[in-house]
Design a protein around this ligand. Structure first.
Ligand SMILES: [Fe+2]
Length: 412
């Protein structure tokens, strides 16, 4: 416990003691909790024997008030001053606590604001997890920090670089056992941490997933729930990432570089961004699902057209693959390539308005038939422009038969 000077400023104490001395007309002493004199009034007072009364705050001694030993009146004055000063120290303590709370809330809000700004509208789970690991390392620099995702979530965002353990676990996956896979690992043991897979139904992970709250362990060797990691660990912090009451992953930090334990304010800050991150990952997965439905629908449309026009069967899919390869070679952004692929799948959708006898006609088409065929880019673009998100794509579809020498259609 701190001393009286932590709760009442020395200038204020000096004024108070001057007042006490003037009021009671007897020397008054302030001592610290080790009974060393901090203040006395008058300053030249020297008394061989003193009566002391402890200043108590939250059941701890934070100093003493003393007066020369003497009569009962002096003891009563001593009691009065001690009670008075204890109350003043109590108010100082409350102010300190509130100020600390304000600072902690400010830190939390600043962190959340910065974290949200960094994630922004990013819907890439790798990026989100990298930012999270970086922020956790800023909050409490540790030997290792891993962002682990539950197998079902992880495999929705699965990248080929992480598949080394997947095949061996597929059979167990079928029995509905969930695992935590490392999405991002940073720190001195990052390479070993990135190979670690943990079960969610055992040990410390089970505890955090069941309770849905953070857990810190000062010495894992003394905790019977610890089942070993792929790298050496002494102290550990596990923070579950929960969205809509379901844990979808966990942040695991091990051994702070300072050698200190994980503090409650750090755990609170990390828990806040863990929740924020879980929501962003859920959004990213939903976006991926919607995109997959969109692509599935586009493919279904292209199959429907090609079923009508067997001559071009598989054409849209092949065009989609070729344009994606060209776009990648041209260094276009991944998002743009996605839209180009989608446009390629849908580029002939306007053939839905072309009579089948023209599409299936063997031999040379007459002028009128050719004009009907030439309508399909325009019809396709009219169909697509009704979907606001795909409006730009309508322009691409409309002009997919244009040529550099101006002999194409519909604009020529
Ligand atoms: Fe076409």
């Amino acid at each position: 416990m701190a001393g009286i000077l932590d709760f009442v400023e020395i200038n204020r104490l000096q004024k108070l003691f001057q007042k006490y001395q003037e009021t009671f007309n007897i020397p008054v002493y302030l001592l610290d909790k080790n009974k060393n004199i901090l203040l006395k009034f008058p300053e030249d007072a020297h008394q061989p024997e003193l009566d002391m009364e402890p200043l108590i705050l939250k059941d701890s001694c934070i100093g003493y008030i003393a007066m020369p030993s003497g009569n009962s009146e002096s003891r009563a004055n001593l009691k009065f001053i001690t009670t008075n000063l204890s109350e003043i120290a109590g108010m100082g303590y409350e102010i300190e606590s509130l100020a600390g709370e304000v600072v902690r809330n400010y830190e939390e809000l600043s962190l959340l604001w910065r974290f949200s700004s960094r994630i922004g509208a990013d819907l890439n789970v790798d990026n989100i997890c990298n930012i999270l690991a970086d922020e956790v390392m800023n909050i409490c620099p540790s030997t290792n920090i891993s962002i682990m995702l539950v197998s079902e979530v992880f495999h929705d965002t699965f990248s080929i670089s992480h598949n080394m353990h997947y095949n061996s676990l597929v059979s167990e996956q079928q029995d509905k056992i969930l695992f935590l896979f490392p999405k991002v690992s940073i720190g001195t043991d990052a390479s070993r941490a990135s190979t670690m897979i943990l079960r969610t139904d055992k040990g410390l992970i089970e505890y955090t997933f069941t309770k849905k709250q953070a857990l810190t362990v000062c010495d894992v060797k003394k905790d019977g729930r610890f089942e070993g990691f792929t790298y050496p660990v002494t102290s550990l912090l596990i923070v579950p990432m929960v969205v809509e009451d379901i844990p979808i992953g966990a942040i695991i930090a091990s051994d702070k570089l300072s050698g200190e334990e994980f503090y409650s304010n750090e755990i609170k800050l990390i828990s806040s961004i863990a929740s924020e991150c879980a929501v962003s990952i859920k959004k990213a997965l939903l976006f991926g699902e919607i995109r997959s439905i969109l692509f599935g629908t586009a493919e279904a449309f292209s199959f429907a057209i090609e079923a009508k026009d067997t001559y071009t069967y598989g054409h849209s899919k092949r065009v989609s693959e070729v344009v994606a390869a060209i776009a990648r070679e041209a260094g276009l952004p991944a998002d743009t390539i996605t839209w180009i692929k989608l446009a390629a799948l849908l580029h002939d959708i306007g053939k839905i308005g072309t009579p089948e006898d023209i599409l299936h006609k063997e031999g040379i088409l007459n002028h009128e038939e050719m004009e009907r065929i030439r309508e399909h880019p325009f019809i396709g673009s009219r169909m697509i422009e009704h979907i606001q998100r795909l409006r730009e794509m309508a322009h691409w579809i409309c002009h997919h038969h244009e040529k550099y020498d101006g002999t194409g259609y519909p604009s020529g």
